[in-house]
Design a protein around this ligand. Structure first.
Ligand code: HEC
Length: 140
């Protein structure tokens, strides 16, 4: 969580002027795996938001956990190292990703109880890491 908070504090600085985000070079195969995972992330976020809007709070929790939470970690484990994004990321960047999965699981655990108000209060947990990482790092 600490890396995530730090990244968010740095957000206004990163947003000013030239692209000052740290460039991280990933092997092409790892970059492709990451890109695909990111598109899946985007669809998953939209799905969870839609379920929440429909009042399907428990379903939102299930979807969040399986697609974005801790349960979604290790998707690239079976691939050759060159195609796995994690091992090529600087530790701080990787940390933001891990913290993000944890934060989603925190939301998911509450949503799975069906408590809409508590789940809504934790809804930003879904996207904080997306913002934190994208504002700190780029790959091209
Ligand atoms: C740990 C860092 C990190 C986190 C966390 C992260 N991303 Fe990304 N994301 C990246 C990087 C790096 C790229 C650029 C990948 C590339 O080189 O194509 C990217 C690219 C993307 C893209 C563009 C894909 C394309 O077609 O080019 C989308 C959309 C995206 N991310 C959505 C998300 C969403 C939604 C979340 C949160 C649920 C998220 N990301 C969390 C690092 C991250």
């Amino acid at each position: 969580m600490k890396t995530l908070l730090l990244a968010l504090l740095l957000l206004p600085i990163a947003a000013i002027g030239d692209d000052s985000r740290q460039l991280v070079k990933l092997p092409p195969a790892a970059q492709e795996s990451l890109r695909q995972e990111m598109l899946d992330n985007l669809v998953a976020v939209n799905e969870v938001l839609t379920l929440m809007a429909e009042g399907k709070v428990k379903e939102a929790g299930e979807a969040a956990e399986t697609k974005l939470g801790m349960a979604a970690m290790g998707k690239h484990r079976g691939k050759p190292v060159d195609a796995r994004p994690g091992p090529h990321m600087p530790p701080a960047m990787h940390g933001i990703g891990m913290d993000g999965h944890r934060a989603v699981s925190e939301f998911a655990a509450v949503a799975k109880t069906g408590d809409r108000d508590k789940a809504l209060a934790l809804l930003p947990n879904l996207t904080s890491a997306c913002v934190g990482c994208h504002f700190s790092y780029r790959t091209r």
